[in-house]
Design a protein around this ligand. Structure first.
Ligand SMILES: Cc1cc2nc3c(=O)[nH]c(=O)nc-3n(C[C@H](O)[C@H](O)[C@H](O)COP(=O)(O)OP(=O)(O)OC[C@H]3O[C@@H](n4cnc5c(N)ncnc54)[C@H](O)[C@@H]3O)c2cc1C
Length: 381
């Protein structure tokens, strides 16, 4: 094992892998450690939807800039991440939703997103199997440049590109302790040995509060079990991701014809619970049948669980921690850490190497929780 590095990243999910690439590209000597393997956490369990339709400008901008990167990522990483832009169709159920949708669309269009409000007829034109009555929808918002990528292929593409540039990945290597002197990070003690470094990045997803605690820092993140399922493949019918913040459902059709989706389980709770629940399947099957009656007879092939790393405002925590020199936060992504990872990685690499940042991230610092926070409204579950 290497005994020193410029930067040690804890966690080889999409965020750790993307950051390793962006830092290696800038000439940094990077080590990534994971207690399991690449994409073992939320990344390998996610819906991998890529949505730019957010209620806060911070999330909308991070997602928009990430889409610009996703669009060129195959060339940049010399890989195929299976990025498809079929759009996101977000149901509007009543006048209250409509008012919020109008506010969101105005902000989203002001930053250049091609979002629009559509009526019930257009819902059926975009996704013919949808039943606006069953959805209880009076309309929807639609952004055609939203989409989906393969989370395994994307994480591996970033990791492989980082390794080609000199980064080292250690699998089955757990961060156990930090050596701290005079308020500065000095080294990470892992299950396989010690790595001296001046910069540690906490990209440990749902385990980020444990890593912070090891460094003597409190953060407000909570792990929440989420469930997802995939059906048997059927002929290709639609390209968009369908989603409702009110019902909590999201689903889309994968490249090979399966329907992949999720909905909050009635038994959802905070903590490291990994067991799948039958009540999730019941709720998912019921709601999917209401949204798309043609799917009522489809067979579910597999269900699984993963964790959201949830913050009080559903926004990520990014940047250096003023309480401990060299400690960088890269977590708290709640339910959308895949879609914004490309831009988050670029910004954190710029921050760590002292470059000018393409977007300010001060409002995403850990210090914001000292005051009143504004919660992101466009979230499922
Ligand atoms: C069911 C589900 C659906 C989702 N759908 C979407 C979606 O459609 N779009 C979207 O953008 N996001 C979605 N998300 C959220 C998304 O998956 C996460 O926000 C994102 O993957 C987080 O990536 P990460 O790299 O920050 O963390 P993770 O992928 O969780 O990686 C963290 C890594 O840290 C490692 N680790 C933890 N502790 C240690 C330690 N002590 N030492 C070493 N390694 C350690 C873990 O093994 C893990 O591999 C979904 C999540 C779930 C669960």
């Amino acid at each position: 094992m290497k005994d020193k590095a410029d930067v040690v990243i804890i966690g080889a999910g999409i965020n750790g892998c993307a950051l390793a690439y962006e830092l290696s590209k800038r000439g940094k000597d990077v080590v990534v450690i994971d207690k399991k393997h690449i994409a073992a956490g939320a990344t390998g369990r996610c819906g991998a939807g890529v949505r730019q339709q957010w209620s806060t400008r911070e999330n909308a901008l991070l997602a928009k800039k990430s889409v610009e990167i996703f669009e060129r990522l195959n060339d940049e990483l010399d890989a195929d991440i299976d990025f498809r832009q079929g759009g996101y169709l977000i149901a509007i159920h009543n006048e209250e939703d409509m008012m919020q949708a109008k506010k969101n669309v105005e902000m989203q269009r002001s930053i250049g997103l091609p979002v629009r409000i559509i009526d019930r007829d257009e819902i059926k034109e975009i996704v013919p199997i949808l039943d606006p009555d069953g959805m209880e929808a009076i309309g929807a918002t639609f952004c055609p440049t939203d989409g989906h990528a393969d989370p395994f292929k994307t994480a591996y593409a970033y990791a492989n590109a980082a390794m080609k540039l000199g980064a080292t990945f250690y699998r089955f290597t757990e961060a156990k302790k930090f050596k701290i002197e005079d308020g500065k990070i000095k080294s990470v003690i892992t299950s396989k040995g010690e790595i001296k470094t001046g910069v540690v990045v906490n990209a440990a997803g749902a385990w980020s509060s444990k890593i912070a605690k090891m460094a003597g820092l409190e953060i407000p993140n909570k792990p929440v079990r989420k469930e997802a399922m995939v059906t048997e493949p059927i002929k290709r019918i639609f390209d968009a991701m369908v989603i409702s913040f009110r019902h909590g459902i999201y689903f889309s059709q994968m490249s090979h014809g399966q329907i992949l989706g999720g909905i909050p389980s009635p038994e959802e709770k905070i903590g490291y619970y990994t067991e799948p629940t039958f009540s999730f399947l019941q709720r998912m099957a019921y709601m999917l049948g209401r949204y798309a009656p043609a799917l009522k007879q489809i067979n579910i092939m597999r269900q699984w669980t993963g964790f959201y790393d949830v913050t009080p405002d559903a926004l990520p925590i990014l940047g250096f921690d003023a309480r401990l020199k060299g400690f960088v936060h890269c977590h708290g992504f709640s339910g959308h850490g895949f879609m914004i990872a490309p831009m988050v990685a670029r910004l954190l690499a710029q921050l760590i190497t002292g470059e000018k940042l393409d977007l300010p991230i001060d409002r995403l610092s850990v210090d914001r929780f000292k005051g009143k926070v504004v919660k992101e409204k466009s979230v499922v579950g």
